[in-house]
Design a protein around this ligand. Sequence first.
Ligand code: E4P
Length: 218
Amino acid sequence: MKFFIDTANLKEIQEAQDLGVLDGVTTNPSLMAKEGISGKNNILKHYKAICAIVDGDVSAEVIATDYEGMIREGEELAELDEKIVVKIPMIKDGVKALRYFSEKGIKTNCTLIFSAGQALLAAKAGASYVSPFIGRLDDISYDGIQLIEQIRTIFDNYGFDTEILAASVRHPIHILKCAEIGADVMTGPLSAITALLKHPLTDLGLEKFLADYAKTNK
Ligand code: E4P
């Protein structure tokens, strides 16, 4: 399973890259706003800065919600760097835009997926990735992980190339469940990735090894 980090924070992206486990980055307008990035030129510059850090796909979201606007913005984003994946919302004009970009050989990530039907539609339109938001489903008492399972079954039934990018990941258990099911990618915060490192027995074991070494190596 590929690990993407879900942030526009350059320091966190660099930290994940340095850890040696990073396969890509996802951003969205809220994450860009959180970093105080505004204005078209600054936004484009920031995407370029992200691409300079990471070896892998970088999802950059369009703001337009009409077909022509999405095509215009998406083409501009795709020209920035070959790592850019154009992120398109799951709306009617978005589905048409997915088909357009697919035929032009430009990678896409269909975002705001909350049902298997939406994922199927995006895959049929040629999306490179679909992003089901598991955390936001859990928040409203739906089972986000079950949605990943359902999409995995459908995509496997028909051999779709579209990758399942489990998004809105909140904690390490989400990551493990996605890996068990066979999600192709997960995107989450740095905290969820580094939480995989932790186990109290690892800390205790290391403390004991170092103490025993110190006793005999004074
Ligand atoms: C997906 O690409 C989104 O950026 C993201 O995963 C949303 O996560 P959130 O629900 O934590 O905002």
